[in-house]
Ligand binder design. Structure first.
Ligand code: AMP
Length: 648
């Protein structure tokens, strides 16, 4: 069996790591470089692509044939990519529900094909170093990657000739690397991971070799690239002010500005001023400027601030306060920025954080008597790859005392009658997980049930994301009789498999879900926030719909029983029944046609009254049924099941 390698397939840089004698290490290429830039250059129509440092060197010269940050397009659909993200220096296309693609030398490339080139390069680096073929890998992804993005990563691995043995969330991998030498200790840690393309915040508990993720939050579109883009915009304005060319939408000029912007940003993590030189931006125009750290911080503070909400949410999901944490571990190249360190330290109330800016010591203002330590001891570039190598070793049978328990970031469920979301797997559930529920029909002689799979935190299905739909067929029967078991399984890679089974015949369908709409993480955040903001309205809507569904069953049932036993009914009692039913109908008629909600308390009261009034009728019905059963033993009432699903 070949060795399983751990791969951090990053937006900006990628790394491959393995375990040797129980110690994880990053494999360097023949030139001693441990980071491989995630850049692919296509020199000509029939020429082999160039990957890594060499490709990075030609990036500014050949912007239209050099692909960077392709991870941002993995598993995404055209309609989901905002225009500013499409503004890369190479031609990206994508329309509607179709996949995103890149056209170079007249040929279209899918993001997974381009990522596969990066993986091939890493495979080759590992094979050269290990002296044996490498065919199996653990690959890391941002915790907030959805089904489609995870599947695209697995596909990229296959195209590179690698069997992807496991997909691991990046912050979880970083925590594994952090905790490897602290297995005897019990600790709660937050991993703040701000890389070139994504941001994730996870909270984990480490205890006797068990790494349990308690909560995870993130945004796959909040990252170092955003800071670079902000600096490019700033420089483009300065160039124009100085009488230079219009940079925006000129790929060649954007590429040159982007290169110096990133270099300046990186330098400003260790010095307070950086000089930016752009000689001969056009034959007649050269540009130079000095950017200070304070200016950079002003330009980008709002982007860093956006990560704060994710930190707060993760803490609240893990039901912890910042002071309950032992460490906040910084991962991802962008966390080298002093502003990031100061802000994270401030938000978590970190102790003993000091930072040197010139000869001024900062940080004492954040000194608190109790709080987590800010851990910058992990190499922010390497922790994720090292964690992937540890997971690879676990899968190979090593590190027997280690167990990794990750979570799913969003709730999963199905749409039920009345348009409600019925949660089957709540968010932050430990994966792998299997959970199921039984459903029945709401309409007589229904032949099939539509299983509409949803992801999100809102009560009504229309407010959540649709992951897909499928039908399960069964023999027509009176409503409430068919029983359909719906089971969701999230595998260790975080990928959802949905199963629906007709209990009577055993007929079943298993579907691997892929997002119907791409999960935009800014929207994920918005959704989680909205779920709190609309909690009251959503609850009212849910209660109204549930009461309405009950009315839809109780009214016809009462009418049917009344018709059946009309001759036995006392006229006064019949009047009482009519009035109780009218009471329910009257409340139903007050439903607001726009919001499709009404006053659930009134409807519930009217239904309760109807229920009380129908007691003698139900008793009479039962007496008749028991009498009938005595003559025809074997007949029985249908089994009651949870809320019925929407019918087709
Ligand atoms: P990663 O995806 O973890 O490789 O992080 C890459 C991101 O970190 C890129 O946006 C880099 O520009 C940024 N980065 C790397 N080193 C530094 C540094 N010293 N200061 C600020 N940002 C950095």
């Amino acid at each position: 069996m070949s060795k399983i390698v751990g791969i951090d397939l990053g937006t900006t840089n990628s790394l491959v790591a393995v375990i040797d004698s129980g110690i994880p290490y990053v494999i360097a290429d023949t030139e001693g470089q441990r980071l491989t830039p995630s850049v692919v250059h296509y020199p000509g129509p029939d020429q082999e692509p160039v990957v890594g440092h060499k490709a990075n060197r030609v990036r500014a010269l050949k912007p239209a044939e050099t692909v960077y940050s392709v991870k941002r397009f993995m598993g995404r659909r055209g309609s989901d990519i905002p225009r500013e993200e499409m503004l890369v220096t190479y031609p990206v296309h994508g329309q509607g529900a179709g996949p995103v693609s890149v056209t170079i030398h007249g040929r279209e490339w899918l993001p997974e094909e381009i990522s596969a080139e990066i993986l091939k390069k890493l495979k080759q680096v590992a094979e050269t170093s290990l002296g044996e073929p490498v065919t199996r890998a653990v690959i890391t992804v941002p915790a907030y990657f959805n089904d489609a993005q995870r599947n695209a990563t697995i596909k990229a691995g296959e195209l590179a000739g690698l069997k992807v043995e496991r997909i691991v969330n990046e912050p979880t991998a970083a925590a594994l690397a952090y905790g490897l030498d602290k297995l005897g200790e019990r600790a709660r840690v937050a991993v703040y991971d701000l890389g070139g393309g994504t941001f994730d915040l996870s909270i984990l508990e480490l205890n006797a070799g068990v790494f349990q993720v308690l909560a995870t939050h993130g945004n796959t579109r909040l990252c170092g690239d955003d800071l670079d883009r902000r600096i490019v915009e700033f420089l483009a304005d300065k160039v124009l002010e100085g009488g230079g060319p219009t940079v925006k939408e000129n790929p060649m000029l954007i590429a040159r500005l982007r290169e110096v912007a990133e270099q300046a940003k990186i330098r400003l993590s260790s010095v307070t001023e950086a000089s930016i030189q752009l000689p001969f931006l056009t034959p007649e125009f050269s540009f130079s400027l000095t950017l200070t750290r304070i200016e950079l911080e002003k330009l980008t503070a709002d982007i860093i601030e956006k990560t704060r909400t994710h930190c707060l949410r993760s803490l609240s999901d893990a039901k912890l306060e910042a002071k309950d944490l032992d460490q906040v571990i910084l991962v991802g190249g962008q966390t080298r920025m002093p502003l990031v360190r100061r802000k994270v330290s401030e938000w978590f109330g970190c102790v003993e954080f000091t930072e040197t800016r010139g000869d001024i010591r900062l940080g004492t203002e954040f000194h608190k008597t109790k709080g987590p330590a800010l851990n910058t001891s992990q190499n922010p570039d390497e922790a994720v790859a090292l964690g992937a190598a540890i997971q690879a070793e676990i899968l190979s049978g090593g590190f027997k005392n280690l167990l990794l328990l990750d979570v799913t970031p969003l709730s999963l469920g199905i749409e039920t009658f009345g348009g409600l979301m019925n949660v089957i797997i709540p968010r932050n559930s430990t994966i792998p997980i299997k959970a199921g529920e039984m459903f029945t029909t709401a309409v007589d002689r229904q032949k099939s049930m539509l299983i509409h799979v949803l992801q999100g935190e809102r009560e009504r299905s229309k407010d959540n994301w649709s992951l897909g739909r499928f039908d399960i067929e069964f023999e027509p029967a009176p409503k409430g009789v068919p029983r359909v078991g719906v089971q969701f399984e999230i595998d260790a890679n975080g990928i959802l498999h949905a199963l629906a089974r007709d209990i009577k015949t055993g007929h079943q369908k298993i579907v691997q879900m892929t997002s119907e709409v791409d999960v935009d993480d800014a929207e994920v955040q918005k959704m989680v926030e909205e779920s709190v903001e609309h909690a009251f309205d959503d609850l009212r809507a849910r209660q109204w719909i549930e009461a309405k569904v009950k009315a839809g069953t109780d009214l016809p049932a009462t009418r049917k029983a009344m018709a059946e036993f009309l001759k036995d009914l006392d006229p006064d009692y019949k009047k009482q029944l009519d009035q109780a039913m009218e009471g329910v109908e009257e409340v139903l008629s007050t439903e607001d046609p726009k919001t499709k909600t009404g006053d659930p308390a009134r409807l519930k009261a009217a239904l309760k009254h109807l229920e009380e009034v129908t007691v003698p009728l139900a008793e009479h019905q039962l007496d008749q049924l028991l009498g009938a059963m005595a003559t025809h033993p074997g007949s029985a009432a249908p089994t009651s099941t949870p809320p019925p699903t929407e019918h087709k």
